[in-house]
Write a protein that binds this ligand. Structure first.
Ligand code: GLC
Ligand code: CA
Length: 545
């Protein structure tokens, strides 16, 4: 059994979680204060997105110094207290390591800019004329992936923002520096790590123009990535800890290698293919409804494929880079509660370790902002300008940003119905949607039928039923696009999970072996008699065992 098969992880985006000093920005003390809430939910680990010193161009994913805490979030003492307090509650803390790049304000990059050859070799600098970037590669945040430094007469590579310079992993000194960071935090009692876009770290030997795309096929799952990951894990002694790699545009074959325990690279992987099924022509900035056929195909491919070769998925819908699942795959107007629960069951009972993103457990929705002024994210603001420049009207661009912005997942955690959702006593750095008056923690923890209560049950079920944590999986109902249905099984148990992703009634016929079983969990009044056919109303889900 995978070491982390019966675990559940809760992701915290500290800036938006809870503010204790009224500056409008969530902080580390805010996490300490809310540990009992997380304990009540029942997750085993908390992954906290970066709180290290950073100019915050990309909200902390532009790290300047891993050995210091950004004052905006608190102090090293706060982190130590957080680790201790979490441990008392049997919760492990996982940190986010952004090792593909650093902020251009990092000491290393500053020295490189001074022309120090030792530090220039920490990054990817290439010669070139001022008007001719070394390749035509595009940054994932828009524009060229290269930036010219006039006084050095060289370009540096940045796959993300221009203030996020890519590190040169082919340089053993860089790898050693990064191992030091891991060792430092491990000694502080950190229990696991999430590695940001870690399949992009190994760049090709030769840099050439991409005549088919934006360059990603040259550096994604690059030539030495497996070797570097194994080295990092072995040399820092984290092979038995929980580690999850964020994999950008990856492949099943590579993810099997990243996460198969025999390879000693990572314990699990995030991949994003299922979160692109509503990108028109693969373009994030063109909207369409989710392609359910494709979503089903992807779940089947990844779940069964990883199982076959002993890989391990981290299962998720939401994170700080994604719009809210209930607004995207559910119906947050007419079936808010049902669709939030259905989406939760759908991934929690699959094979893999589930991740819950703050607010998902209470059904938080997209932001529904009315003007571009309310957005904060560098990617959204860049693409808004790009779309306007490309001929879209302001209204069209705003509509697309409204659906696709990462800020949808970054609105303040909705604690209660008081002003700004009880997130801060000051003015929040980003505003909550109006629905905090009825979607909030206070309201849900006291309601035994709430979305929160449903998440508690899903987490507990993983602890109680081995078939959920460790059973095999087989997908069913290939011909019903709107139903995601799968069979979990081991020698002793069988479980059937059915999720209706549509706003219509769906009639599903049940395999023989389930006819004598009972409803184990569902998001509607239980009909305990299981017959040959079952009608699932809009967004209903059920697990039969
Ligand atoms: C990952 C992070 C995202 C960040 C990017 C660059 O995708 O989740 O927030 O902007 O990497 O570090
Ligand atoms: Ca604060």
């Amino acid at each position: 059994m995978n070491h982390f098969a019966d675990k559940v992880v809760y992701q915290i985006y500290p800036k938006s979680f809870y503010d204790t000093n009224g500056d409008g920005i969530g902080d580390l003390r805010g996490i300490i204060e809310k540990l009992d809430y997380i304990k009540k939910l029942g997750t085993d680990y908390i992954w906290i997105t970066p709180f290290f010193t950073s100019p915050q161009r990309d909200n902390g994913y532009d790290v300047a110094n891993y050995y210091e805490i950004d004052p905006m979030f608190g102090t090293m003492d706060d982190v130590e207290e957080l680790v201790k307090e979490a441990e008392k509650r049997q919760i492990g803390i996982m940190l986010d390591m952004v090792f593909n790049h650093t902020s251009t304000e990092s000491q290393w990059f500053q020295k490189a800019l001074e022309g120090d050859p030792e530090y220039m070799d920490y990054y990817i600098f290439r010669d070139g004329k001022e008007d001719q970037p070394p390749t035509n590669w595009q940054s994932k945040f828009g524009g060229s992936a290269w930036e010219y430094v006039p006084h050095l007469k060289k370009w540096y590579l940045h796959l993300f923002d221009v203030t996020q310079a890519d590190l040169n992993w082919d340089n053993p000194k860089v790898r050693e520096e990064l191992k030091q960071v891991i060792r430092f935090w491990k000694e502080k009692g950190i229990q696991g790590f999430r590695f940001d876009v870690v399949n992009l770290i190994s760049k090709p030997e030769i840099f050439e123009d991409d005549l088919e795309g934006d360059g990603r096929r040259f550096y994604t799952d690059g030539p030495h990535v497996h070797e570097y990951l194994r080295e990092l894990a072995e040399d820092t002694g984290i092979t038995d800890m929980i580690t999850v790699g964020e994999m950008s545009s990856t492949s099943l074959e590579n993810c099997i290698r990243y996460s198969n325990p025999d390879e000693k690279e990572l314990s699990m992987v995030f991949q994003f293919h299922h979160l692109k099924v509503d990108y028109k022509n693969g373009n994030k900035w063109e909207i369409m409804l989710p392609d359910m056929k494709e979503l089903k195909r992807l779940f089947k491919t990844w779940q069964e494929g990883m199982q076959k070769y002993n890989g391990w998925n981290a299962n998720f819908w939401c994170n700080h880079d994604q719009p809210r699942a209930v607004s995207r795959f559910g119906d947050d107007k007419n079936a808010w509660e049902k669709s939030a629960k259905m989406l939760a069951m759908c991934i929690h009972f699959m094979r893999g370790t589930p991740y819950i993103y703050q607010g998902e457990e209470i059904g938080m929705t997209n932001a529904y902002y009315q003007s571009i002024q309310e957005y904060r994210d560098v990617e959204s603001l860049n693409y808004y300008d790009i779309m306007i420049a490309g001929g879209k009207t302001k209204e069209e661009a705003l509509k697309i940003i409204g659906e696709r912005s990462r800020d949808n997942g970054r609105t303040p955690m909705q604690w209660n119905a008081s002003e700004y959702a009880g997130f801060t006593t000051g003015t929040p750095w980003i505003f909550p949607p109006d629905n905090y008056e009825w979607i909030n923690v206070e309201q849900e923890v006291s309601d035994e039928n709430s979305i929160f209560a449903f998440y508690q049950k899903l987490i507990q079920a993983r602890k109680d039923r081995l078939v959920i944590a460790d059973g095999k999986i087989a997908f069913l109902y290939d011909d019903m696009d709107q139903i995601i249905g799968y069979h979990r099984y081991n020698e002793k148990e069988d479980m059937l999970v059915l999720c209706n992703f549509s706003g219509e009634n769906m009639t599903v016929s049940l395999p023989e072996i389930f006819l004598k079983k009972k409803v184990f969990l569902g998001n509607y009044e239980k009909e305990n008699v299981i017959e040959k056919r079952l009608v699932l109303r809009p967004y209903e889900c059920v697990a039969i065992a």
